[in-house]
Ligand binder design. Sequence first.
Ligand code: PMP
Length: 442
Amino acid sequence: MGSRHVFSRGGGDRVRIDHGEGAVLVDVEGRRYLDAAGGAVVVGVGHGVDEVVQAAAAQASRVAYVHGSAFSSEVLEEYADALAPLLPLEDPRIYPVSGGSEAVESALKMVRAYHLARGEDRDVVIGRRGSYHGNSRGALSVSGRAGLRAPYLPWLTGAEHTTTPYEYRCAFPDTHPHGCGVRHAEALEETIERVGPGRVAAFVAEPVAGAGLGACVPPDDYWPAVTEVCRRHGVLVVADEVMTGFGRTGRWFASEHFGLRPDVLTAGKGTASGYWPLGLAVVSGPVHEVLARAGFVHGFTYSHHVVGAATGLAVLRILQRDGLVEASARQGARLHDALHRHLARVPGIGDVRGRGLLQAVELVADEGTRAPHPRAQRLVERVTEACREQGVIVYPSTGCADGTNGDLLLLGPPLVVSDDEVDQIAAGAARGIHQVLGSAGG
Ligand code: PMP
């Protein structure tokens, strides 16, 4: 029995995890699970990596905390210098925070402050329908999941939403797959014009949609067309790489797949692999110059944290030394093929998609019409539990409860996952899905 004093979202007893090693989690009874969720698509270098723990401990014993707006430190500067060449922004300036939502909140303030400093009172950001950017108010405003937003709508202001590239349910089926990227860019431009071009501060989107719609890779013409529209209207491009950053999609940052050079980038999950709550808001040099000149006032108690920087640096060095970004590309392709193979005879599979070690399975009630299962069936929860019984932990995508898509399972194992483990993940997940969909009548 767990403690009743832990505020949890309910839904029964949780498995108590004792420890982890590599891609495996072990519960207090000694049962082993393959962590195909990577926590919450967080863990890149694997569980139980002593090298990271030692780097964090060594920094904490030298000094655990200095106030980030008053002091700098060698470790923070070393981390920023190591990371900068890997980021897809021009002359990047890195603002470390405590997680993804804080990174997105920071980015939203930065884009507004940037325009104000240039004499433009731009007060609207454009996000995409179906997206997820965090649970704090600003991040939820720009998010496009109706189910998550509904209770808080009176508080969610300053954001509009446009279409999102979602190959399986393309908003522009007539042009799909050739030319729909351009149609999405036209839809964005229509949104900008409807709001009033002088009011739009930024367009916020994941280069590969992870959390909301589940590993949706846009067509190649999408980002060039969208970026062109944004540049023409003076709208900053914010790439939310909280889920896709640090090798998750087989490149350091998913922006690289498309030659995307954002003005602002957010990161947060793979950044410190879960060993420290570390997020990043990054701006390009030109954006930074405007902000610095105007005196951008911002900060959290735990921003620029020195133990966070030491942890992030240790993770970065391991990703580089062990070639884990390349491993993500390779093992991602293996996982994608294995899922296709194992799920081929399982009924109710709508789509298997993704890039690198960010893969998703969309479950539907009817493969012909692509109709989702009624929410009342709580399918994604049941499948997640059945997979766990098969020894595989999957990640149900946040907020897939508003009927606009099928139930979504995300797979984002640690980048150190072995060939055997990849095969076991696909086989175990297929058994779990089959068990539930079989009994749901297909
Ligand atoms: N943006 C994206 C793309 C995310 O996937 C998430 C987390 N799922 C967030 C922002 C919010 O991050 P956090 O939960 O660390 O606040």
